[in-house]
Ligand binder design. Structure first.
Ligand code: FES
Length: 159
């Protein structure tokens, strides 16, 4: 099967990958690139577990063909803490806020929740009122029902 070269900036590093034309970004991240922090829940755009940043915007990686990302910047949960920080060991402020607020139970939805929350908080046009946060996070489901603590963490996080 013919493959296509795709050039990405992945977690701040330029990479070139060879993918099949119909490869889904989520599968490429997890299976080809070993970035298993991005989770597969529903695999059809319903749960938000696969949320990554594409040029700074939160998207569902299960709905995106890898070839559609040519030339774009992708950030996954693995790259979040290193963005803009000289030392790579510190957590991103939103990761820290999730820890401080126990904003998870099983943790499966957490990477997607955190990626959506960071995109929301980085959008300076968005007011931090609870209604806005709820609306912005409505695509990220938590089957454990940790929503109260997730919302508290997002409201408390300071970028
Ligand atoms: Fe992509 Fe559920 S796995 S939205």
């Amino acid at each position: 099967e013919a493959t296509v070269s795709v050039h990405l900036r992945l977690n701040g590093i330029p990479v070139t990958i060879e993918v099949s034309p119909n490869a889904i970004l989520l599968d490429v991240l997890r299976e080809q690139l070993g970035l298993t922090g991005t989770k597969k829940g529903c695999d059809h755009g319903q749960c938000g577990a696969c949320t990554v940043h594409l040029d700074g915007r939160a998207i569902n990686a299960c709905l995106r063909l890898a070839v559609m990302c040519e030339g774009q910047a992708i950030t996954t949960i693995e790259g979040l803490a290193n963005e803009g920080l000289a030392a790579g060991d510190a957590l991103h402020p939103v990761q820290q806020a999730f820890l401080d607020h126990d904003a998870f139970q099983c943790g499966y939805c957490s990477p997607g929740q955190i990626m959506s929350a960071v995109a929301l908080l980085e959008d300076r046009r968005v007011a931090g009122d609870i209604g806005t946060v709820r609306e912005a996070m409505s695509g990220n489901l938590c089957r454990c029902g940790a929503y109260q603590n997730i919302l508290a963490a997002i409201q408390d996080a300071r970028l």
